[in-house]
Design a protein around this ligand. Structure first.
Ligand SMILES: [Zn+2]
Length: 303
C-alpha cells in the first residue's frame, strides 16, 4: 500500500551522537525505538552560541544529558515543540530546568474534536498533557534570535496542535511527525483529524523549501515532491476504502484486513484509527453513511 511513497528507512546515526545535518543545524537521535518512533525521536539544535532545541524528546535523562553536553559552552535560549506526544515534548521540562530556556509551541494538548459519549482520548498513553508552552505560537509567527529565525507553520492533523517550523534563510523545514521519510504519519481520532491533515499537506505542498528534517528518520530531500506522494497515498487509501464499501457495508476491522496487507500486528489498532479518520472525513463530506457518530465500532456504507 505504501509503495507509492519513496520511503528511506536507512539512518546511519547512533543514539546520543551529535551530527551537523545542515549549516547551523545539528541533530541527535534519542534511544527510544519502537514501531511508532522508528529508530527514535530526532532532536535538533539550531544556531551556534545561542541555540534553540527543536523537539527535546521524551522524558529521558540520558537524552537530555547528551543534548546539553553537545551544546556545552553555548546557551540554550529557546525550546520549540512540534506537538505534544510523549516522544517529543516531555524533555522540555528537563532542558528548561537546567538552562532557563523558554518553550514555544502551538498550545497544550487537545483533541481535534469534542469526545463522543464513552470515548476515551485515543492512544492516550502517547499524549503529553503536562506541556504548556511559555509562548503560544500563531500560524506564520516568526521567532527571531541571535542565530536563527524560525517561522511557525500550523500543520494540524497528526495532532490538533502540530506545528512545523521553517528555518529562515536555509530553505528547510522541521516537519515533526506531519511528514516523515520512513513512514506515513498516524492520523487517529479524536486527537488527529484527516480533513485537517490533508489541508496541512496542501499547505506544505505550496511551499518551496526543499529539505525537511522530520521528528523520526533521516532528512527528506526534494520535499515538495515527497509531500505530493504523501497526498497521493492518502487519496489512494480513501479510494481503497470507498472501493471496499462499494462491495457492501463493512466495519473497521474488515476494512483494515482488506486494505493493510502484511501489517505489523502491533499497529492494527493504529490502522483502525487511521481508517476511522478517513471515515470521519468521508461522513462529514456526505460520501459515506453510518448510524450515529462515526466510531470504531460502527458499520459503514456508501451514502
Ligand atoms: Zn513522534
Amino acid at each position: 500500500m505504501t509503495d507509492d511513497i519513496p520511503f528511506n528507512r536507512n539512518l546511519a546515526l547512533a543514539p546520543g551522537r551529535v551530527e551537523e545535518v545542515a549549516p547551523c543545524v545539528r541533530r541527535m537521535l534519542c534511544d527510544n525505538p519502537s514501531p511508532f518512533t522508528f529508530k527514535g525521536t530526532m532532536s535538533y539544535i539550531v544556531g551556534r552560541g545561542q541555540v534553540a532545541i527543536v523537539d527535546p524528546g521524551p522524558d529521558n535523562v540520558r537524552h537530555t544529558d547528551a543534548l546539553l553536553d553537545a551544546v556545552r559552552g553555548e546557551t540554550v535560549t529557546h525550546v520549540f515543540v512540534t506537538h505534544t506526544h510523549r516522544d517529543h515534548s516531555p524533555g522540555a521540562a528537563r532542558i528548561t530546568a537546567r538552562t532557563g530556556a523558554k518553550t514555544f509551541g502551538e498550545g497544550p494538548h487537545r483533541p481535534a474534536r469534542p469526545l463522543h459519549v464513552g470515548e476515551a482520548p485515543r492512544l492516550d498513553a502517547s499524549n503529553d498533557v503536562d506541556f504548556r508552552p511559555d509562548h503560544s505560537l500563531a500560524d506564520g509567527e516568526v521567532v527571531s534570535a541571535a542565530g536563527f529565525a524560525l517561522e511557525a507553520i500550523a500543520t494540524p492533523g497528526h495532532t490538533a496542535n502540530h506545528m512545523a517550523f521553517a528555518l529562515r534563510g536555509q530553505e528547510l523545514v522541521f516537519s515533526g511527525d506531519h511528514v516523515m521519510g520512513w513512514s506515513t504519519s498516524i492520523v487517529a481520532p479524536p486527537d488527529g483529524a484527516m480533513s485537517d491533515y490533508m489541508a496541512s499537506l496542501d499547505k506544505l505542498a505550496r511551499r518551496r523549501e526543499g529539505l525537511y528534517l522530520p521528528g523520526h528518520g533521516d532528512v527528506i530531500r526534494d520535499a515538495p515532491r515527497f509531500v505530493q506522494s504523501y497526498i497521493r497515498h492518502r487519496q489512494g487509501r480513501e479510494a481503497s476504502i470507498l472501493h471496499r464499501l462499494g462491495k457492501g457495508a463493512a466495519d473497521i476491522p474488515t476494512l483494515v484486513r482488506a486494505i493493510y496487507i502484511g501489517l505489523d500486528p502491533r499497529l492494527v489498532r493504529a490502522a483502525g484509527l487511521s481508517v476511522l479518520a478517513h471515515l470521519e472525513d468521508l461522513v462529514a463530506r456526505g460520501v459515506v453513511a453510518t448510524e450515529g457518530v462515526p466510531s470504531v465500532e460502527g458499520v459503514y456504507r456508501l451514502a
